[in-house]
Ligand binder design. Structure first.
Ligand SMILES: Cc1cc2nc3c(=O)[nH]c(=O)nc-3n(C[C@H](O)[C@H](O)[C@H](O)COP(=O)(O)O)c2cc1C
Length: 321
């Protein structure tokens, strides 16, 4: 029998390599004979068999929950939903009361069942295997529920989104790109979206007799409470087409904004505040229209990517090649 020489493994690199396997996040719970609820955050969960219905997960020997799981006849596995990161963190901590103030139901053997997850499996323990510094538990599913919520994902030691690859959309855009002017260019797309937003804003703005810069400044004043015209506004409005000082003077003429006594900062008058609230409400409606059909995670990702590209261009503008 050929036995490989034991390889000395760089543990950190080994962890990194294993972390490349994207998983969901689960919490596995059980209850001791003394009636103490136990639970751990676990991403080593996997399906094993459909018929019979088997699943597995592994628990570190170092876990203070090992004895409870070793002795239990049942456990429950909760596949966490995208908004349950807090619960995941709580059940990954040692020495805290993990179940404090959490609403629970009771399953087989009165094991605690958590709410709000994607899926929940109650299992009877059928095998336990030694697995190095872990113990592998195989459970037969005796009951399960599936809510259809979006799952929390875990990749490279961090929580992640789950998004399907937009295969069809990509194909369509590639088609357009090859026959027309470069409609798949970022510059084209961002220009177009910005124009669409402005066009949708116009009716509300003209009702109040405002132009786009006025609207932008009013909203800004509502959110920031006050602005110092010179530095702050120029920094915030990164758009050379916007004549900020002219617009600001116009707002003051109309009694919508007022200069403070020292003459350095501008804030909204009551009339301006009411108008700004109106504008913000209209903006919310347009944002909702724009986000239709997008998952909350997609919206979050879209914004993060826009921030990144804006930052890239800021840097490139500050130090052109
Ligand atoms: C996303 C994530 C996945 C985890 N997966 C496992 C796992 O599969 N097995 C394990 O033993 N510990 C895992 N842990 C660590 C345990 O949750 C943690 O060590 C345990 O809850 C500590 O408490 P205990 O000593 O009371 O068990 C994971 C932690 C996180 C944040």
């Amino acid at each position: 029998v050929h036995v490989d020489q034991p390889m000395s493994i760089d543990i950190r690199e080994f962890r990194n390599a294993l972390g490349a396997f994207a998983t969901g996040v689960t919490i596995v719970t059980t209850r001791t004979g003394e009636g103490v609820d136990v639970g751990v955050t676990v991403n080593s969960f996997n399906s094993v068999s459909l018929d019979p219905p088997l699943v597995l997960w592994s628990l570190a020997r170092a876990s203070s929950s090992l004895k409870a799981f070793d002795e239990a006849a049942h456990f429950a596995i909760h596949i966490l939903a995208a908004d349950q990161e807090g619960l995941s963190n709580r059940f990954a901590q040692r020495g805290v009361d993990k179940f404090a103030a959490i609403p629970i139901l009771r399953g087989r053997d009165a094991i605690p069942l958590l709410d709000g997850c994607c899926a929940r499996f109650q299992c009877q323990v059928v095998y336990r295997y030694e697995g190095g510094d872990h113990v592998i538990f195989v459970g037969e599913v005796v009951d399960f529920e599936y809510s259809g919520r979006k799952p929390l994902a875990y990749l490279g030691g961090r929580y992640a989104f789950t998004l399907h690859k937009p295969v069809l959309a990509q194909e369509r855009h590639r088609d357009i790109g090859s026959t027309h002017f470069n409609q798949n260019w970022l510059s084209f797309l961002t220009h177009r979206i910005s124009n669409q937003f402005i066009r949708r804003h116009r009716p509300t703005l003209s009702t109040h007799g405002l132009n786009e810069v006025d609207g932008y400044l009013l909203t800004l004043l509502l959110l920031r409470k006050r602005l110092s015209p010179r530095e702050e506004i120029n920094e915030l409005i990164d758009n050379p087409c916007m004549n900020v000082s002219l617009s600001l003077a116009g707002l003051m003429d109309k009694g919508l904004a007022v200069l403070d006594e020292s003459g350095t900062t501008v804030s909204l008058s009551e009339k301006g505040r009411r108008m700004a609230i109106d504008l913000v409400a209209a903006t919310k409606v347009i944002e909702e229209e724009a986000e239709q059909g997008l998952e909350p995670e997609e919206v979050q990702l879209f914004k993060a990517l826009l921030h990144k590209t804006i930052n890239n261009l800021d840097i490139a503008t500050a130090s052109p090649r």
